[in-house]
Design a protein around this ligand. Structure first.
Ligand SMILES: [Zn+2]
Length: 261
């Protein structure tokens, strides 16, 4: 029987794996992206055999979060089950619960927060949105780049909202590999997201060896990063096919099954 890497190398679709990409994006940003459409996103997923991608809108970094959520909703409706939504909220509005409730009622799957707006993840303004995520047992993706404050925030929130699953984005960046492993080992509802434009040799293997394959999740950052390159880091890693299946599919499916819609 062929290994997953052999199958990928021969250009075979891995659709039978039910791969879920837990870190995707949607919408225009500052730099050129060749294809901004939902169709383009699904086309690359089809080539690889990726079942679903969770996307947040790039307006997570601006006050136009609601418009962003509406665009994501349109994509969710165009490709049901393939494109899933992370809600984004704007903290300056002062109440993040209302937007989060709107998103949850419209079938969004999770919540994505980005610190580029200057608000700490632990700021009380996010309590409304995080409470809804906790009530609905959703995944919460936190943008991070290995800063000590990111680790402190995710530890505090994971304890305060124990029903939500917290994903620490871009694991291994900022020289914080060991701290990522400690986080995943010590916090039951914290997971390590692999989206990273670089592919430091052995990073995926070291995260798995330290944290366990159950705590590592495939995320591509597509369409910022190439999904083919990002999935290649997992498929080409020196891991067993069983471990790769956990990272690409099983861990994510377990998190998504918990979500109350
Ligand atoms: Zn991202």
């Amino acid at each position: 029987m062929k290994t997953l890497l052999e199958r990928a190398r021969s250009g075979e679709s891995l659709a039978d794996l039910e791969i879920v990409d837990m870190h995707g994006h949607f919408g225009r940003y500052l730099h050129a992206i060749p294809d901004l459409t939902a169709e383009g996103l699904v086309r690359v997923m089809d080539r690889l055999g990726v079942r679903s991608i969770l996307v947040s809108h790039m307006q997570c970094m601006s006050q136009h979060t609601h418009r962003g959520n509406e665009e994501v909703l349109t994509a969710m409706h165009a490709f049901p089950g393939r494109i899933l939504g992370y809600a984004v909220v704007w903290p300056v509005d002062g109440d993040t619960r209302a937007e989060m409730e709107w998103c949850a009622a419209h079938g969004f799957t999770g919540l994505k927060l980005h610190s580029s707006n200057g608000f700490a993840y632990t700021d009380p303004v996010y309590a409304g949105a995080l409470s809804v995520a906790n009530e609905r047992r959703m995944p919460v993706l936190l943008h991070a780049w290995g800063a000590a404050s990111d680790f402190a925030a995710i530890r505090e929130l994971a304890a305060k909202y124990p029903e939500a699953s917290f994903l620490f984005a871009h694991s291994g960046t900022g020289g914080a590999e060991a701290e990522c492993i400690r986080l995943a080992r010590e916090v039951p509802n914290a997971y390590l997201d692999l989206a990273y434009s670089q592919g430091p040799r052995g990073l995926v293997e070291r995260l798995v060896a330290g944290a366990g394959a159950e705590k590592v999740l495939f995320g591509s950052d597509c369409y910022f990063f190439s999904m083919t390159q990002q999935i290649g880091k997992v498929l080409g890693a020196d891991l067993s096919d069983g471990e790769k299946r956990k990272i690409l599919s099983e861990n994510a499916l377990r998190i998504l099954e918990r979500v109350q819609r």
